[in-house]
Design a protein around this ligand. Structure first.
Ligand SMILES: C[S@@+](CC[C@H](N)C(=O)[O-])C[C@H]1O[C@@H](n2cnc3c(N)ncnc32)[C@H](O)[C@@H]1O
Length: 317
């Protein structure tokens, strides 16, 4: 199915559900990519700084873990984004003349084009093979790649965007394509003071709100919708019992929206929410549980100074 048909079907399904939802993967058009860049620079959004610190402080140790036999490996990154933090590792690996290929995967064409151009200019010796696709479809592409050792990166807490137990089937799927020498390196945002977490999704400048509302603009632009963005409001919440941070768009009035591309209208009650994103926070026990239930064992954990974030290196069980 081509991308626009898939988008239309996902929107139809989400807005016909009770409660309504929209997939967070559709945040990332060109405007969304730029807004996410601004989010990463916000003081409240501690995740970027924490993971960058982990990479800066541990780049030698990380390299030792990935490349201990000197043989060529494929560094495959799911949801690479602008690669801001990954570049810390890529620079270090290239400086050390490590023999590897970099395979960034992202659903956003614009982010992947920028990343490839950027890396070609700053690290011309880096071998880069981008794949523009959804995680699950990209998994199929991966099987066609030469049989080198695979080191799979899943950074920036992208894993936290899976709903409920959906992370386990995804990880099992990944595992099915991995062999005993391959590794998975995953970023997890850890449980912490709930106020620190809430601030990260409700910044003072309103950039996160813009990011969430941009989803409605994207539906208007690409599916011929007539959403009026001032009729919706960004609402984040954090549940310290489940560790779930959820974002919603709340309908501020009773309204009906027409989507020409779907030939369908959708009615929203006053105060009705559209669930748009989950960002799961984890304890170390949750991380071990996730690894063990998807066929992995945790080999090593790398923390930032405040233990707000962890990058966890996994092998097959
Ligand atoms: C929150 S950003 C994080 C980017 C990067 N990993 C980081 O840590 O800075 C998520 C990225 O994953 C991509 N993405 C989200 N859902 C995806 C999916 N289902 N398949 C492929 N890429 C996806 C988005 O386009 C976006 O660039």
């Amino acid at each position: 199915m081509d991308y626009i048909k898939r988008f239309a079907e996902d929107v139809r399904e989400g807005l016909s559900s009770e409660p309504k939802y929209l997939h967070s993967k559709y945040f990332y058009d060109e405007v969304g990519d730029n807004l996410f860049k601004q989010i990463m620079e916000l003081e409240e959004y501690y995740l970027t700084e924490c993971e960058a610190q982990i990479f800066k402080n541990n780049k030698d140790k990380i390299l030792d873990c990935f490349s201990n036999d000197g043989k060529v490996f494929d560094l495959i990154e799911f949801g690479a984004g602008d690669g801001m933090k990954t570049k810390i590792l890529l620079n270090h690996f290239v400086d050390n003349k490590v023999n590897f290929n970099y395979i960034p995967i992202d659903i956003s064409k614009s982010v992947l084009t920028h990343l490839t151009k950027d890396l070609n200019s700053i690290l011309p010796e880096l071998v880069i093979k981008p794949i523009c696709d959804d995680y699950f479809h990209a998994l199929e592409e991966l099987n066609k790649i030469d049989y080198n050792k695979k080191v799979i990166l899943f950074l920036g807490s992208n894993i936290g965007n899976f709903r409920g137990d959906n992370a386990i089937p995804f990880l099992k799927h990944l595992r099915a394509d991995m062999s005993s020498k391959d590794q998975l390196f995953i970023g997890f945002d850890l449980v912490k003071d709930p106020r620190v977490i809430m601030d990260a999704y409700n910044d003072n400048k309103g950039i996160t709100s813009e990011f969430n509302l941009n989803l409605l603009d994207r539906i208007n632009n690409e599916l011929g919708g007539n959403f009026i963005r001032k009729n919706f409001s960004h609402y984040p919440s954090y549940n310290p019992i489940t560790g779930e941070t959820k974002s919603y768009l709340i309908s501020l009035e009773h309204q009906t929206v027409w989507l020409k591309g779907l030939s369908q209208s959708f009615t929203f009650e006053k105060w009705e929410p559209i669930f748009t994103e989950i960002s799961q926070k984890y304890s170390l026990r949750d991380i071990n549980h996730l690894a063990n239930h998807s066929g992995f064992r945790v080999e090593k954990n790398f923390f930032d100074n405040k233990s707000y974030f962890v990058d966890s290196l996994w092998h097959l069980l």
